[in-house]
Design a protein around this ligand. Sequence first.
Ligand SMILES: NC(=O)c1ccc[n+]([C@@H]2O[C@H](COP(=O)([O-])OP(=O)(O)OC[C@H]3O[C@@H](n4cnc5c(N)ncnc54)[C@H](OP(=O)(O)O)[C@@H]3O)[C@@H](O)[C@H]2O)c1
Length: 369
Amino acid sequence: MAEKELGVLVHGAGVVSTQHIQAFNKNPHTRIAAISSRKLASCRARAEEAGLRDVSFYDDYEKALRHEGVDIVSVCTPQHVHAENTIAAAEAGKHIVIEKPVANSLNELRMMRDAVRKAGVKTVVSFVLRWNPLFETIKAMIADDALGRVYYVETDYEHNIGSAWTGYQDTRTKTGGVSSMLIGGCHAVDAARWFAAPGRYETADVTEVFAYSGGWRKGSNVEFNYIINEFRRIENPLEYDGLEVFIMKFDNGTVSKVSVNNDCVMPYKFPIKIFGNRGTIRDNRIWSHKFPGQKDWVELPTILPDSASVEHHPFQGEMDHFVQCILEDRESHCNLEDAVNTHEIIFAAQRCYQTHQPVKLPLSQAFSL
Ligand SMILES: NC(=O)c1ccc[n+]([C@@H]2O[C@H](COP(=O)([O-])OP(=O)(O)OC[C@H]3O[C@@H](n4cnc5c(N)ncnc54)[C@H](OP(=O)(O)O)[C@@H]3O)[C@@H](O)[C@H]2O)c1
């Protein structure tokens, strides 16, 4: 393994950047070389919180990309600038961590993919739940045939994202956020693709999707905050539906139902159901042909994906994995190429809302919304 210490530029000094900084700071092969953002004060605050010294700050991304010794760029800005940030980093020859969602349109997605292919740099998309201990356990059990052939997967992102989130004003609009499924529900789409594939580090691709949307929060001046258990009046409501439900068919025959529920009046939940022809998983409970004498569900004592807090998310696992990929010159299972299907599914749903017809994937070059 190479001995070189990799320098990291973290771009976008908000909530999620705190976890990227901490994870790269703890990794023995990386160091935070620079932080860039709109405001220098935000860069300084992140460095101080993390106890970093010898870090440079920039309010100009192009200059930050030219900082000597930067090998990796972590794109932690709001989603509407992920595409331009990623393309600039790729053109500068940097390996890239891209926060989800990676793009706001099919066109952006394709331009990013082309730039990354041309530059030959490595990427990881922050579908960080793939490193959650329950996800890792389930995926290992599927690969070990505990469920037999998986034929049905249900994953649901139940999180009433609201004005308490620093990113709300950027994402509540149709242009800034696009849809509830794109903003947070993309975690559930990624999870369904992850659990639908038999291999330990394999995802399955969706070939057809049909979607409905609904709920009550679009245009409403009321939101529910589960942290303080209160309904509140707000000035700037969501411009898109809070509820979306997708029915998806995979290339391997597996069927899936995925939902995002931004309108739920309850604390955050991420329920999981996986049905195989030799066993079943419901969250952290399993029924399997591997336990022929079982009389009740076997419960896995592990960490569930049951918190929306970024401190709870396994960013250390994601970043350690990405650094290994760079050092060993191999692609991540969670790279930009892999994320294309997830984003195409979500953009295809927008077409369903217009035509009330299922959409086949991959989307054609002629596809437009
Ligand atoms: N993987 C996950 O589980 C996870 C969890 C949380 C968030 N995320 C994603 O991470 C991204 C950021 O979310 P967040 O919660 O960290 O939001 P946030 O707190 O609003 O942070 C974004 C930061 O980016 C900076 N910024 C905004 N516009 C910019 C621009 N045009 N150029 C440069 N910097 C800009 C702002 O910094 P200033 O203070 O300098 O203005 C802001 O603090 C989103 O895409 C979100 O979906 C992912």
